[in-house]
Write a protein that binds this ligand. Structure first.
Ligand code: MG
Length: 381
């Protein structure tokens, strides 16, 4: 059991569930970071009185309010997030949304901390950089993404050379079975209504476009060191099988359970052991599990992600940044649902593929891709 936890992205969906796990397992939380100085963060500061608070992007007003209330335990700015990510001998749960989470992931790994990684953008945008840091320090990256946690667990005790392929399951999102034409007019509210997982806004939209599955394919490529030819996707609307690994002898191992993020969060915390999960027993009786091929023609993001992943270098970072901008525009009513993938594709086609060697390299590509995507969106309006 780890000595203590650092929770980044504390007020988001992953952060909130991490605190539930920490309370149940009685693990102290030593640092809590969130983007804004919200009331939720304020309350977390009251609930965990010994934890250091960090507000990554505070307004002047928030700085004053938090400093008055909590005094020395509050710090501000992205550097402070990296500083707490490097807290010695802690397990860092990174639930930050977006490529802004990369620097904290690298800081955690460079300090030799175990990184419970829910921020998939750390690997998608900064894979080469994060893995180089891991090679230097030998720190552990335990995935918190449910599919990758499933694969990680299925691979335990197996030789890498015995793996034939991994298969990521996708719920299919709220628009499973719809035609391209039916998707032309969907609204943010419809896209936010995910059938099986309760998640943050960006990942819900990304699930509806299948961009999320595309990001997860790239994440798996880096995390498990597998070529894209050995990574497949199958649609599984019930989200009970969280992913599977097929071995060269024809055996497959799957990971099953309720779609509940507290399970992979807890696994990242207790690894290599397990603790009682506090959930009702998982019953297969009465459940129907179905599987189908993804509709790659309608949900173009999936094949685009494979293409971008094979291009390598900075291209996945461009894919991710363009998506972050496009999703925001969709949520604000400035871009259509189908426009999201168009913006990603065009942004990727307009930017050269370069090598990434540092966090600064990734951030530079990320910023440029955002500006290209922004221009494409404002021109389309
Ligand atoms: Mg996932």
């Amino acid at each position: 059991m780890p000595a203590e936890l650092v929770v980044l992205g504390a007020t988001g969906s992953i952060g909130t569930q991490t605190f539930e796990v920490a309370r149940r397992l009685d693990i102290p939380v030593v640092a809590i970071a969130a983007r804004g100085g919200s009331e939720e963060l304020f309350n977390l500061g009251l609930t965990w009185p010994d934890a250091k608070l960090v507000v990554a992007a505070a307004t002047d007003d928030e700085r004053v309010r938090f400093t008055d209330a909590f005094g020395k335990r509050v710090s501000f700015g992205p550097e402070s997030v990296q500083e707490v990510a490097a807290t010695r001998e802690s397990v860092v749960i990174n639930g930050i949304v977006g490529s802004v989470g990369l620097a904290a992931s690298v800081a955690a790994i460079e300090a030799g901390n175990r990184l419970g990684l829910a921020n998939k953008e750390s690997l998608v945008a900064g894979g080469p950089v994060l893995l180089a840091a891991r090679a230097r320090t030998g720190a552990e990256i335990i995935p918190v993404d449910s599919e990758h946690s499933a694969i990680y667990q299925c691979l335990k005790g197996e030789r890498a050379s015995d793996v034939a392929r991994i298969v990521l399951t996708a719920s299919g999102g709220p628009f499973l079975g719809r035609s391209q034409r039916e998707l032309e007019t969907v609204t943010p509210a419809e896209a936010l209504a995910h059938p099986t997982w309760d998640m943050g806004k960006r990942i819900s939209i990304d699930s509806a476009t299948l961009v999320n599955k595309g990001l997860e394919v790239i994440e798996a490529h880096f995390l498990f060191d597998l070529p894209f030819e050995q990574i497949d996707v199958v649609v599984h609307p019930q989200s009970i099988v969280h992913s599977l690994v097929e071995f060269v002898d024809g055996s497959s191992k799957a990971h099953l359970g309720e779609p509940d993020m507290r399970i992979p969060i807890q696994y990242a915390v207790t690894f290599p052991h397990r603790s009682p999960g506090g959930l009702a027993p998982f019953e297969l009786g009465g459940k129907t599990l179905t599987f189908l091929e993804p509709d790659r023609a309608t949900f173009r993001a999936l094949d685009l992600a494979y293409e971008v992943g094979k291009m390598g270098g900075s291209s996945p970072a461009v894919f991710n940044a363009a998506d972050e901008v496009a999703v925001q525009a969709f949520l604000e009513g400035r871009l259509s649902f189908l426009g999201i993938v168009d913006v990603i594709e065009l942004t990727v086609s307009r930017m050269p593929t370069v090598n990434l060697e540092s966090v600064a390299d990734v951030l530079a590509v990320d910023a440029e891709a955002r500006s290209v995507a922004d221009q494409l969106i404002s021109r389309a309006c």
